[in-house]
Ligand binder design. Structure first.
Ligand code: HEM
Length: 547
């Protein structure tokens, strides 16, 4: 913005016919905007021709300024050192990590000192609002490639997602182009639990070569997208692919993967996971959607219903749990059903939270599915479902930890500007106590998450299913209860602002509504906690536990 004005120039525009204000040494022309200002025009007219920075920051977040800057800013004060766009560049530069690439290493090596060097500080540096490795604390897991990816994803999220997330959630739909960008930027191929599938796609992520890809990179993508504070948006982008894709890519026949894999990883086609039914949720052994083999043995005929299926309305493919034989968990199979097969109907469901995720009721009526679409072996689908649960739950944990941080971060920022009884909120011990309880749970959940990611990287899928199933279930419950706690406490700190939708409390209000979407699906808290102990005892019995 090259135009420069003096304070006196601005003071000359204090009427309703020409209404200028100053915010942080930038000049805004609000003449046309005053009639649409959600806070009312009178309040703007009272500060017309003046520096309104203090009043502006009292009522708005940075997101508002970013969103309207392009259309309303006409210049800057002649006393300002640099104009607004350059200032943004400057702060981005501060966030650039410059340390050398390290390597993730299990055992201490001779150059361990160098590998575990701290990375440069990144982000706003509010303690506990970002993972500690962002704030120049040591980490055994994250190196420069993770830092580079973090920067890449954050820049994309800040530019394309943050300014629009409120509107998209209210519209209950994310533009298709955002999902397409997930493919174009190479992110989808990296969301499959560690190994980057460059064998199926020609794409790669700009700043991380496929051979350097690990599970922590997937954590970074999911975590950074989750900063938007919308479970609906995160599930729209990864809630179908991230759980419907892995069974196909891990257990599908090579011809099937070759046929549909590239379109999926490019973001041209969409997939979802269809397990839960109106009458069977966490107890998957009781699923009833049936798939009968035709007499010639070439097709399955599928009939049944699936409920609460994330992304179902958008999906071209359904990774579906079907009953192929009697006998509880031993009669289940996984089948890739294609919308094109015919007989597939999808209806969007109205839910409490995750509005833009496309929660769906699916019916299959005499759908004719070629046997080549079987994922894994017939009647052995239970194992596929169970191994997939680990990855699904890890995704949930990553999101819940970040959502908890978002609630905490929003609270810290708000507590530093809101004044009650003559003091800023942050000066009230009762508010600091709330923040402390949020922070301790966030950091405990995050530490457990990182440890489990590392274990997943070191173990094979089967070992991880047996050995980590319990711990991951426990960590899921830990993270969802943390999210619920943080959403509640943040709501109390924001007061009325978190009760109405939009505005400064928008993220907190939305995440509070999203809580149940995390605490129930993927295994409810009650089942997760019980499983965590049952499974751990079983595993440790096998390891030689002495009682
Ligand atoms: C660049 C100038 C401005 C823009 C683009 C702007 C934009 C907005 C927007 C989009 C909202 C809706 C709430 C939200 O999403 O946060 C809002 C609300 C509001 N604005 Fe502004 N505004 C500006 C300047 C100001 C100024 C200078 C004042 C005070 C003197 C003010 C006072 C308010 C108030 C009181 C609300 C209602 C807050 C609430 O609902 O709690 N605005 N503004």
């Amino acid at each position: 913005m090259s135009q420069r004005y003096s304070v006196d120039d601005v003071a000359g525009h204090k009427s309703t016919d020409s209404l200028w204000i100053i915010v942080d040494e930038d000049v805004y022309d609000l003449t046309k905007f005053q009639d649409e200002h959600p806070g009312g025009k009178k309040i703007l007219q009272r500060v017309a021709g003046k520096d309104a920075s203090k009043q502006f920051w009292k009522y708005h977040n940075e997101g508002i300024l970013k969103k309207y800057q392009k259309t309303l800013q006409i210049g800057s004060l002649n006393t300002k050192a640099t104009a607004a766009p350059e200032k943004q560049e400057e702060s981005k530069e501060i966030a650039q990590p410059v340390a050398e690439s390290g390597t993730v290493s299990a055992e201490p090596t001779e150059d361990a000192e160098e590998s575990f060097e701290t990375l440069d500080t990144y982000g706003d540096l509010i303690p506990y609002a970002d993972p500690s490795w962002y704030q120049s604390y040591h980490s055994a897991y994250y190196n420069q490639t993770h830092a580079d990816l973090r920067d890449e994803v954050r820049a994309w999220v800040e530019e394309k997602i943050m300014p629009n997330v409120n509107e998209w959630e209210e519209a209950k739909k994310i533009p298709d182009e955002i999902y397409k960008q997930m493919g174009d930027r190479g992110y989808l191929a990296g969301l499959l639990g560690g190994h980057y599938r460059s064998d199926i796609t020609g794409r790669s992520v700009k700043c991380v070569p496929p051979n350097k890809w690990d599970f922590f990179h997937e954590v970074v993508i999911t975590d950074e997208i989750s900063r938007c504070g919308s479970g609906g948006l995160v599930w729209n982008l990864i809630g179908g692919f991230g759980i419907g894709g892995p069974p196909l890519f891990a257990h599908g026949k090579p011809e099937l993967i070759k046929r549909i894999g590239p379109g999926l990883l490019a973001g041209d086609k969409r997939i979802c996971l269809a397990i839960t039914e109106p009458d069977a949720g966490s107890d998957v052994a009781n699923l009833g959607c049936e798939a009968k083999l035709t007499e010639d043995g070439k097709h399955f005929i599928v009939n049944g219903e699936k409920k609460w299926i994330t992304n179902g309305v958008y999906a071209d493919y359904f990774t579906t749990a079907v009953r192929t034989s009697e006998g509880g968990m031993n009669g289940l199979s996984m089948l890739l059903i294609e919308r094109e097969h015919g007989g597939v109907s999808t209806r969007k469901m109205d839910c409490q939270g995750v509005w833009s995720s496309g929660t769906t009721y699916v019916t299959f009526e005499d759908v004719k599915v070629p046997v080549e679409n079987l994922i894994g072996k017939k009647d052995q689908g239970f194992k596929v479902i169970m191994t997939n649960f680990n990855h699904e739950r890890m995704g949930i944990i990553i999101q819940c930890v970040r959502f908890s941080r978002v609630c905490y971060e929003e609270s810290v920022k708000y507590a530093h500007k809101r004044v009650t009884f003559g003091k800023k909120l942050i000066e009230h011990p009762v508010i600091r106590l709330k923040l402390a309880h949020m922070a301790r749970q966030i950091e405990a959940s995050a530490a457990w998450l990182d440890n489990l990611v590392f274990q997943c990287m070191r173990m094979g899928e089967m070992e991880a299913m047996l050995k980590l199933g319990g711990a991951i279930a426990g960590a899921k419950a830990q993270s969802t209860t943390t999210m619920e706690f943080c959403a509640r406490e943040a709501s109390q700190i924001f007061g009325g602002l978190s009760y109405s939708r939009g505005g400064q409390g928008a993220k907190v209000e939305r995440l509070y509504r999203d809580v149940r979407a995390y605490a129930i699906p993927g295994g409810s808290e009650e089942i997760m906690l019980d499983l965590s102990i049952r499974q751990a005892l079983r595993v440790h019995q096998a390891l030689g536990m002495k009682l």
